[in-house]
Design a protein around this ligand. Structure first.
Ligand code: UDP
Length: 235
């Protein structure tokens, strides 16, 4: 049922399937940071992100969020509805960290009074630049109504995710989402949600996400295993 390779990304390979409109995402063991400058093979990472992302997408579906997720089909693979990806990385921040702290010269760990949504233009050659609504319109990426929807939907997803992670003792600091357009033109959540694409801090402030790799703090598999085990335990 897995057919030709449609696209090979940094973290996933995307294959066509026998079924029209359905693609298979195969999660890779590769870890990258700083737009691919730091790169390593970490065996087992693909499995961890596929399983974590599948559980999170199932949960979002239960909470009424439309996503591209259909089902997990193996340890490293899931079936997704085929969409046309909108070239935006939509980042939501609950707490200061990472590039936000660097850009604005503020320490990490400050709770934001209300969450901040940011857009980055998904373009490796340009190093995913920070852009605003007016740049999005200029580039013809999305209409004003669609931008409003992206922000609103991201805030809604944040509420669901914050609660889910808090139930398993983790603080959701920030995360990145990607959305896609379906054939009928509606916009739905796509890509993945995992410790690769979010920042999760344990009660004592320990990093339970890709910062373990970015910052050379240890073996990311150890903390991803904990995130997966807690999500599974929650049921
Ligand atoms: N993020 C991501 N992919 C990217 C850039 C960022 O998934 O290409 C996630 C990152 O894991 C974090 C959030 O988006 O949860 C905000 O990242 P930030 O802008 O602080 O950049 P970073 O410090 O990761 O370079």
């Amino acid at each position: 049922m897995k057919k030709e390779l449609l696209y090979s990304g940094k973290a996933k390979d995307i294959f066509a399937t026998d079924e029209e409109g359905v693609i298979l995402a195969q999660y890779k063991d590769q870890a990258t940071a700083f737009n691919g400058v730091k790169k390593e093979q970490i065996s087992g990472k693909g499995r961890l992100n596929n399983l974590i992302s599948s559980l999170i997408f199932e949960h979002l579906k239960d909470k009424g969020i439309r996503t591209h997720f259909i089902k997990q089909v193996s340890e490293t693979e899931q079936l997704n509805e085929q969409v046309s990806i909108i070239p935006l990385e939509v980042v939501l921040r609950n707490v200061t960290a990472g590039s936000f702290s660097k850009r604005f010269g503020v320490e990490e760990g400050i709770e934001l009074e209300s969450p901040i949504v940011e857009f980055y233009y998904k373009n490796d050659e340009l190093d995913d630049p920070f852009i605003n609504d007016e740049h999005v319109a200029f580039l013809g990426i999305a209409s004003a109504e669609e931008v409003a929807f992206l922000k609103e939907e991201t805030r809604r997803i944040n509420e669901v995710l914050k609660e889910l992670f808090s139930e398993i003792g983790l603080r959701l600091i920030d995360f990145k989402l990607e959305f896609g357009r379906t054939k009928d033109g509606s916009i739905i959540l796509a890509d993945e949600i995992s410790p690769d694409t979010s920042r999760l801090w344990d009660k004592d402030g320990q990093h339970m996400d890709k910062d373990v790799f970015r910052r050379g703090l240890g073996d990311l598999r150890d903390v991803y295993e904990v995130v997966l085990a807690r999500l599974k335990e929650r049921g």
